[in-house]
Each structure stands twice: as C-alpha cells, then as structure tokens.
Design a protein around this ligand. Structure first.
Ligand code: F6R
Length: 248
C-alpha cells in the first residue's frame, strides 16, 4: 500500500488528478470507477482544467440512491453528469451508474472488462461506497439500507428534504476486483476511519479495511485525515510528504 500525505486538500486533488492524467495518457479508454461526494470533487475539477483529453474514458459510479426521480439534482447520476462526464466531455454511452438490484452494474462492469482504477472516499463510520459497517467482505452489488450517520452526512444536497433510506451500491467484493484502488480522504473528521481502515483488523466493522486485501492501493490524504495514523506503524520513517513510492 502506498500512503501519500500532503498538506492541503488542494494538494490531494492535484496529486490524484496527476495520477489519473498519467493513466489516461497511457490508455485513453481507461475504465475509471468514480466515487461521488465532496472529497474527490476538487480532483475532478482539476482534471477538467487539465490538458489531457478525457473524452474516451469509461466511467463507472460506485452507488446511487434508491427512489429518487430521474434527474434529481442530489442523485449520483446527476452528480456524475454535472461534475465529471459533462466537464470531461465523456458521452453518456460511456457512463454507468448503478441502478435496480445491482445485477446490472455487475454485468456492465464485466462487459467493460473490469475497472482499471477505482477512486474511493471513506465514510466517517468506515463505509466504502455504501457498504455500511456489517457488510461482508465478499459482498456484491445490491440494495442496502443507509445508516443514520451516513444519511446525516449526506443531507446537504437534499436541502432539508428527506435523505433516501436505501441505495444500490457496488459490493466490497466488486470493488476489490478493480485493478487499482485510490482511496482519498481529507479533513480531521475522517482521521479515525482512515486509521481503522489502514491499520485496524480487516473486518466488516470497518468496510474500508478491505483495501488492505488489495495488492495495488494508493491512499492520498491531507495531514488532518492522516493525523490518527501517527504511532500506528504506517508512517514511521517518513522523511518527506510521500511516504511510499506510488504504485499507480
Ligand atoms: C460516494 C460514496 C461514499 C463516499 C463517502 C465519503 O459515491 O460511495 O462512500 O465516498 O461517503 O463522502 P465525502 O467525500 O462526501 O465525505
């Protein structure tokens, strides 16, 4: 596992944008798994401002709320169109967002030949995609109930309206099949979840701990998100901002 700790959230965004740009330069038809939410947004915007042509990539979203009308601005389909596919010039035919029971996203990932690089955020409760604590490490795409803390954390885009109670999400087993994982976290609110995910036991209690099972993981953190890692072994001996050499 490579853990990169940088000063500011903007540095995290620039680092991830540079990493994805390099991969797209090598393979313009890269299959990119995209997390939604606040953390990766600056990286998506940095990529849109960059000079690499992203219009050939294929995008696969991690998850989607259940029960929102099509086009609802808080839906992840709308997020992917507004924040990623639109600004990057990626046609709708190259975009997959989970829907229905989850079988469809499994089939479409298989048709694409798998995900090349999966961008991931992490919930304060350690969730990965919408795999909440208790999710099996070999779980597949399915409909799940959202925890109260997740619904509270995700309330802002709903502007006071009720946050859906369920979502369809790729499973942990689905995510671990991506060829590379890039986990991003910024802000001190994520520090405990990051420490549990990277240095705790691999357990359904912390779904994000599943990343320890993947052979190619890059974790990109700002200092506050990395703050609970001190003394846990992972960062010892670090003499610079980059703790390990990047694999991806
Ligand atoms: C988003 C997703 C979630 C988020 C996580 C962090 O598609 O599946 O796991 O990555 O909730 O969200 P932010 O980045 O908003 O803190």
């Amino acid at each position: 596992m490579d853990v990169v700790v940088l000063d500011r959230p903007e540095d995290v965004a620039d680092h991830v944008a540079a990493l994805i740009s390099r991969l797209v330069e090598r393979d313009p038809r890269l299959v990119i798994g995209v997390a939604t939410g606040g953390t990766p947004l600056p990286a998506y915007r940095a990529l849109a401002r960059g000079s690499v042509d992203l219009s050939g990539v294929r995008l696969v979203a991690l998850d989607e709320y259940v029960g929102l009308p099509p086009g609802h601005p808080a839906s992840y389909a709308a997020y992917v169109e507004r924040e990623i596919a639109g600004p990057w010039g990626v046609p709708a035919a190259q975009v997959v967002v989970p829907q229905g029971s989850g079988d469809d996203v499994e089939r479409r990932i298989a048709e694409l030949g798998g995900v090349d690089v999966q961008l991931l955020g992490i919930g304060r409760n350690g969730h990965l995609a919408f795999n909440e604590p208790g999710s099996a490490m070999d779980s597949r795409a399915r409909v799940v109930a959202l925890s109260e803390s997740t619904r509270q954390d995700n309330a802002a885009p709903f502007g006071g309206a009720a946050v859906p109670t369920h979502a369809v999400t790729q499973g942990i087993g689905t995510l671990l099949e991506a060829r590379g994982l890039v986990l991003l976290a910024t802000g001190v609110a994520k520090a405990d979840a990051v420490a549990a995910a990277l240095t705790g036991p691999v357990s359904p209690d912390c779904p994000a701990s599943a990343v320890q099972r993947h052979p190619r993981v890059t974790v990109v953190l700002d200092r506050p998100a990395a703050s609970a890692l001190a003394g846990r072994g992972l960062l010892e001996g670090a003499s610079s901002q980059r703790v390990h050499h990047p694999q991806l």
